[in-house]
Design a protein around this ligand. Structure first.
Ligand code: ADP
Length: 560
């Protein structure tokens, strides 16, 4: 019956523990793992990191546009009016070129007045190859404007209505002494040209200015602007530009560690040019893997902590339940232990009362049984009282200089008869050289009785009890030996815990409270000593109480 209850209680507790802690914990861990797997499978991190870099490129493009517009805007406003006549127009264009060395050339076209004029920086006019290429460019613009001038102007005017910016950007790559250079053209309608008039201005940026000044400036701006980057960091991403038809970097920030960018954006301010960006010293895939690794590690550590917590809770609850079970066993055992001697005492007292016994020895025997049973009763009650005092922290010892040999001998004397009557061979071995020791008489006598009682209880057919008292290395040792059932090694430490009784079914048939040895240990320790056991199952046990000769035991209450 009690076994069944234990099982149910335990199962119930386990179920509750599982429902209350384990299930949510496992669900949470499962969800986190699923989430991380999903992030890994769908490359969510990679996409986010790419978006970050992409947004930086968009900022680069925007800064390029603003910088180009800032550059061209005053020039545009300065542009000559078609009515001014070619000579004046040329003079004005030359002045613009002189004031803006970052320009390579300017072009002015006016359809109604049949003007097409192209001017280049005077510093370059001595370079025949350059003059030739300029001539080609001017021819290209003239051909283009005479064919498509009206539609281009219409397009620019529509842009102005829509975006307030009547400017369009063109550009192309060319080769100069085997090196690539980028020509950027800003094309607009001069503000001074009247409505509907087909008039066009072109500003050509100096390729070396674009390469050495303009683009490096934009890159520096973008990389140092903390609000742009995915995170303001000591190691900003690296940026480059390349021709759209060539995958190699043409121009790159100082921290570029190539070869390939991780995200790209085609420039609309510099058509034919592509912006590229990557993280320095790492790749997006690496960063994502690192993030996932980190998260898996944290998850693993948390799981371990959680398992540890669950294990601790489980252990504590189990321990409490065990204690509760031990206590209820204790109550049952103690009630039984009280009832047996009482019943015997009553039975023999009633028989004596009737006065029908003839033999004198019978009277003697009955009186002896009554005395022995009442002794057992007082021993048990003393144990319980001591135990409750210890538990309440009120146990007090009365230490006095004592002749231990005499104490042990007289304690055993009142027991010897009972021991031998139970068929035990009894050996007493008390060394003559024991000096007086500071002990509590009653407590030491009770310890000895508890040990002797156990030897009586836990022996089967080989009935032997040996008590030895001797001096060893500054202490006195009191040994109680038997040839009884012994104690398995795994339980030799536990038997000194309160309520603990061995699991052996044999022990369960022998009544006991599980208090005796815990009291013995408490008493030994209160005397500054200890108790230990050597035992072999089925061979026997030897309990040794060690008391220091010169330790000054504490007086008064000793904690449990
Ligand atoms: P009790 O004897 O009342 O059960 P104790 O605290 O004296 O309680 O002993 C605890 C347990 O230790 C016993 O239940 C028994 O299993 C074991 N034990 C104690 N003394 C002996 C012994 N001499 N031989 C075998 N087992 C013993």
């Amino acid at each position: 019956m009690s076994m069944k209850w234990k099982l149910t209680d335990r199962t119930k507790m386990l179920l509750k523990l599982e429902l209350a802690i384990t299930l949510p914990a496992v669900a949470l861990m499962g969800f986190s793992i699923w989430n991380l797997k999903h992030i890994q499978r769908d490359h969510v991190i990679e996409a986010a990191l790419q978006r970050d870099l992409q947004s930086v490129l968009k900022i680069a493009e925007k800064k390029t546009w603003m910088k180009a517009d800032d550059l061209v805007d005053p020039i545009r406003k300065d542009f000559p009016s078609p009515e001014e006549g070619t000579a004046k127009i040329n003079a004005k264009l030359d002045r613009i070129l002189a004031e803006n060395p970052e320009l390579a050339f300017v072009v002015f076209y006016d359809k109604p007045n049949h003007i097409f004029t192209g001017r280049m920086q005077s510093a370059d006019s001595g370079n025949p190859a350059f003059c030739d290429s300029m001539g080609d460019k001017f021819n290209m613009f003239q051909g283009w404007f005479s064919l498509e001038g009206p539609s281009l102007v219409e397009h620019l005017r529509m842009m102005k209505q829509k975006e307030d910016q009547a400017i369009t950007f063109e550009g192309d790559w060319s080769s100069n002494k085997g090196r690539r250079e980028y020509w950027s053209y800003e094309i607009f309608v001069p503000p001074s040209a009247s409505h509907d008039r087909v008039s066009i201005g072109v500003v050509g940026l100096d390729p070396s200015y674009v390469q050495n000044n303009f683009l490096p400036g934009v890159m520096k701006d973008v990389l140092s602007d903390k609000s742009n980057g995915p995170k303001p960091e000591a190691n900003p991403p690296a940026i480059m530009v390349r021709p759209s038809k060539d995958s190699d970097a043409w121009l790159a920030s100082a921290n570029w560690d190539g070869p390939k960018p991780e995200v790209e954006l085609a420039s609309s301010v510099f058509p034919g040019m592509v912006w590229g960006m990557k993280n320095r010293g790492t790749t997006i895939a690496d960063m994502a893997a690192k993030f996932l690794r980190y998260n898996y590690t944290v998850l693993g550590a948390l799981s371990l902590l959680m398992i540890g917590g669950i294990f601790l809770t489980y252990r504590n609850v189990s321990r409490e339940m065990n204690l509760a079970r031990l206590k209820s066993d204790f109550v049952a055992n103690v009630s039984h232990e009280l009832r047996t001697p009482l019943a015997l005492i009553r039975l023999y007292a009633e028989t004596l009362e009737l006065g029908r016994l003839n033999a004198k020895e019978k009277y003697q025997e009955y009186f002896r049984i009554i005395r022995e049973e009442s002794e057992r009763l007082s021993a048990l009650i003393n144990n319980i009282l001591d135990f409750s005092r210890i538990e309440a922290g009120r146990k007090e010892y009365d230490f006095k200089e004592t002749d231990l040999s005499e104490l042990i001998r007289s304690t055993l004397d009142s027991y010897r008869f009972q021991i031998e009557q139970n068929g035990f061979k009894f050996e007493e071995n008390i060394s003559p050289d024991i000096p007086p020791v500071n002990v509590d008489r009653e407590a030491i006598a009770r310890s000895l009785l508890n040990l002797v009682n156990n030897a009586l209880k836990y022996s089967k057919d080989r009935k032997f009890i040996g008590v030895t008292l001797y001096r060893a290395n500054g202490s006195v040792k009191l040994e109680v030996q038997d040839h009884g059932i012994g104690i398995p090694p795994s339980e030799q430490e536990k038997i000194f815990e309160k309520f603990y009784r061995c699991g052996d079914p044999l022990v369960h048939n022998i009544k006991g409270s599980g208090l005796g040895l815990s009291l013995v240990r408490h008493i030994a320790r209160a005397h500054g000593g200890d108790v230990h056991v050597e035992s072999v199952p089925d061979k026997g046990s030897k309990f040794t109480i060690k008391l220091p000769l010169h330790g000054a035991p504490r007086t008064g209450a000793v904690p449990a």
